[in-house]
Design a binder for this molecule. Structure first.
Ligand code: 4AD
Ligand code: MG
Length: 431
């Protein structure tokens, strides 16, 4: 068996017979006619079953058919402007594949915990469809951007011997009697890749043992990470803004109906065009102080700080040169002010927070050794990484974009948990 006809292609079958294979989404009856709302993953169609069009047993079965029962329905595609999708199916045959048990998710309101516990079923609903289709488009757009700009895909490992983004969020696992960690970022490996290919990127799952509950953090999330040889912080910011502009514009163009279903006001997304405003950390702090926020200079920004700063702008804002003390060991310090790192965070508008983090890497062997020591990281785990500073070291830079942060923002979701098919958070490992 191989399904050949899908609801999204219904117009091709105008006035012709076809078989739709799918699930009952909803149904109603008016005595002599049953109206079955069918979904097949590509769309929804109303199947009209008249008492004289099918055998008696089939007609009776339709009367009791539980939601999410699966079936194969044969009929004629009849144009009807009022119908969702513009067509109805006038049925003459039904094969019942499986009569479902009583479905736990009904059109009534359910709490988020209930829906998350039933995530494997909740994925069938139209809102989740829209979100995950937007996610798919975002991922395709990210890949297309790098693929069509000369970057080579270099996959980074998931098991790693050392921390990239600080030791406090490492997931540790036993690796044949020694310790391994789930990767927090593919970056260090991309640096090796950039020295081999010039421009590279990786895309894969990354892991952080985030111990607090927030709307923005998952313990398992997907990140796309480019890395470029012979590139400094300025160049990195140019790439980040061109990339983000491309992704956002492509998604609002390609996924109009999904964004409409999500009731996303896209007028703010339409403004995502270069150049993005660029401000230094010090300028961002001045904005917070002027706004009367209680912020201690030298700290990293919290969610309310990021929201306040991004509210000053109508498009993503790039904040560069944070205090080196709050950033990772691999960052290069600003030669004009060594207390600052040559890094950039891109904050999404509308309070969605940091979507991109990146910067220029420390490329000097001796300085990097000192940084590894200062951060109390195990030198032996970084042997290979230090080699990159021994054999043709060059200025290089890159960044990482968290896919789920981008999905949250572009879809206008309040919480990151709906941006990924099966979210993992401090309190959720099921389903
Ligand atoms: O800012 P981060 O920690 O940067 C890095 O990991 C760099 N090594 C990337 C690089 O330069 N190649 O994380 C990058 C992005 C953040 O901007 C955010 O979008 C996302 O990853 N992110 C998370 N998304 C969901 N849940 C979490 N717990 C996240 N932590 C980071
Ligand atoms: Mg960051």
């Amino acid at each position: 068996m191989k399904n050949e006809s899908y609801i999204e292609d219904i117009a091709k079958y105008k006035d012709q017979q076809l078989t739709i294979s799918g699930w009952v989404y909803n149904r109603r009856s008016s005595g002599k006619i049953h109206f079955l709302m069918l979904r097949d993953g590509t769309g929804i169609i109303q199947a009209v079953v008249g008492i004289n069009d099918v055998d008696n047993e089939t007609f009776e079965k339709c009367k009791e058919l539980p939601q999410e029962s699966s079936l194969r329905v044969t009929g004629t595609a009849i144009e009807d402007k009022r119908a969702p999708g513009g067509y109805e199916l006038h049925v003459n045959k039904i094969e019942f594949t499986h009569i479902a048990d009583e479905y736990p998710i009904t059109p009534k309101e359910h709490g988020t915990t209930f829906l998350m516990d039933h995530r494997h079923l909740w994925l069938r609903s139209s809102k989740q469809h829209a979100v995950l289709r937007v996610r798919h488009e975002i991922i395709k757009a990210c890949r297309d951007y790098f693929d069509s700009n000369g970057y080579v895909l270099v996959d980074a490992p998931i098991f790693t011997p050392a921390a990239c983004e600080g030791t406090s969020t490492l997931f540790e696992t036993d690796y044949f009697g020694s310790k391994a960690y789930l990767t927090q970022s593919g970056q260090l490996y991309m640096e090796a890749g950039a020295m081999a290919f010039g421009k590279v990127y990786c895309f894969g799952p990354t892991f952080r043992a985030e111990k607090s509950k927030t709307r923005r953090h998952l313990t398992e999330f997907w990140m796309i990470e480019p890395e470029i040889a012979f590139c400094d912080l300025e160049g990195d910011m140019e790439i980040a803004e061109e990339f983000l502009e491309y992704v956002v514009q492509r998604v609002i163009e390609q996924k109009k109906s999904e964004l409409e279903l999500l009731q996303r006001d896209t007028s703010n997304l339409e403004k995502v065009h270069r150049p993005f405003p660029r401000i230094s950390y010090d300028e961002a702090v001045a904005i917070l102080k002027k706004g009367g926020l209680d912020f201690e200079d030298g700290n990293d920004f919290g969610a309310p700080d990021e929201t306040f700063i991004s509210d000053q702008f109508d498009r993503p804002v790039m904040i560069h040169r944070y205090p080196a003390a709050v950033k990772a060991f691999y960052m290069k310090n600003d030669p004009n002010d060594p207390s600052k790192a040559l890094c950039v965070d891109v904050l999404a508008p509308e309070g969605y927070g940091e979507v991109i983090g990146g910067g220029q890497r420390e490329d000097d062997f001796d300085t990097l050794i000192k940084k590894i020591q200062q951060h109390n990281l195990p030198m032996e785990a970084f042997d290979w990484y230090l080699d990159l500073r021994k054999y043709g070291s060059v200025p290089h830079a890159g960044f990482g974009m968290g896919i789920e942060r981008a999905v949250s923002w572009i879809c206008g979701l309040k919480h990151i948990r709906e941006t990924i098919p099966f979210p993992r958070t401090i309190s959720r490992l099921q389903p």
